[in-house]
Design a protein around this ligand. Structure first.
Ligand code: OAD
Length: 257
């Protein structure tokens, strides 16, 4: 999408908004080469249902298989770089804060790429692939860029299996992260919803909450989603193209201080 075809009203709102929230999903990292959650189950893993790997029950049944799958995803993410979409979101954060506005990036992603791109005001609703902890005593485990060994790794303090610090289906979201996200979407003038299918709750419910609170919502996605019909704006295309165009059209080529 070209900068000049972006809606003027969206650009004006982004330029003037006192509070901007962003909700991202795995589509924002697709252009970095990281498969979306559902696409991640390819090759050797294609025969597994994601709901069979991403649950506490799966970890209880077969911790070796679950930890290997997550460790492979962790190592693959370390090989990938943030893309132009991640970079544009850090610029939006900088511009909004430069003029005294508030900003929060709420991500469902566990890949750490927003932080590596430079995003500072961020909450990770589904935890992180780069933060493993003991399933018994919750001690955190240092990680390197080598595969963990054995699968599952054992806690040095108590010997219990160590698990990835991601939120599995059936688990609670981190309370503080979700509360911060709820509070921000209720106060935001604009919510950008980027690269998420909007199928997984409670994260997707943040969009409903924003709309109920009078926040203008803009979706950026390759495809329609269940939220397409109720968004103020739907920009169909790749996040790595649309977000930089939106930044350029709003602020020109000037970088935030
Ligand atoms: P999904 O795999 O459900 O959806 C990815 C979305 O990104 C789809 O709507 C794609 O159309 C869109 N997309 C793909 N490439 C894109 C691009 N380059 N630019 C813009 N959009 C693009 O992933 P999520 O919505 O992130 O939860 O899934 C949400 C949660 O469901 C995940 O965090 C995970 C999961 O199952 C847990 O693990 C708890």
């Amino acid at each position: 999408m070209q900068a000049d075809s972006l809606p003027e009203a969206l650009v004006e709102l982004l330029a003037a908004a006192r509070a901007v929230a962003v909700l991202t999903g795995s589509g924002v990292s697709a252009e970095s080469g990281i498969p979306t959650f559902r696409d991640a189950l390819t090759g050797h893993w294609a025969r597994f249902d994601p709901y069979e790997l991403a649950t506490p029950q799966a970890f209880g049944r077969d911790p070796a298989r679950v930890t290997e799958w997550y460790d492979q995803r962790r190592l693959a993410c370390l090989q990938c770089r943030p893309n132009a979409g991640h970079a544009a979101l850090t610029e939006i954060e900088g511009h909004v804060e430069e003029r005294g506005g508030r900003f929060l990036l709420v991500t469902q992603n566990v890949d750490g790429l927003h932080q590596r791109a430079g995003s500072r005001r961020i909450v990770e609703l589904h935890g992180s692939l780069h933060d493993w902890r003991c399933s018994g005593c919750a001690a955190s485990m240092p990680l390197g860029d080598e595969p963990l060994s054995p699968y599952p790794p054992r806690c040095r303090a108590c010997g219990q299996p160590v698990r990835p610090g991601v939120v599995w289906f059936g688990e609670m979201l981190p309370r503080d992260a979700f509360a911060a996200a709820e509070s921000m979407v209720q106060q935001a003038d604009l919510l950008l919803v980027v690269g998420t299918s909007g199928l997984v709750h409670p994260a997707a419910g943040l969009v409903d909450l924003a709309m109920d609170s009078g926040c203008a919502c803009c979706q950026i996605n390759l495809e329609p989603t269940p939220y397409t019909s109720c968004m103020r704006w739907c920009l169909q295309g790749a996040a790595g193209t649309i977000l930089p165009s939106l930044v350029r059209k709003t602020w020109g080529d000037s970088s935030p201080a």
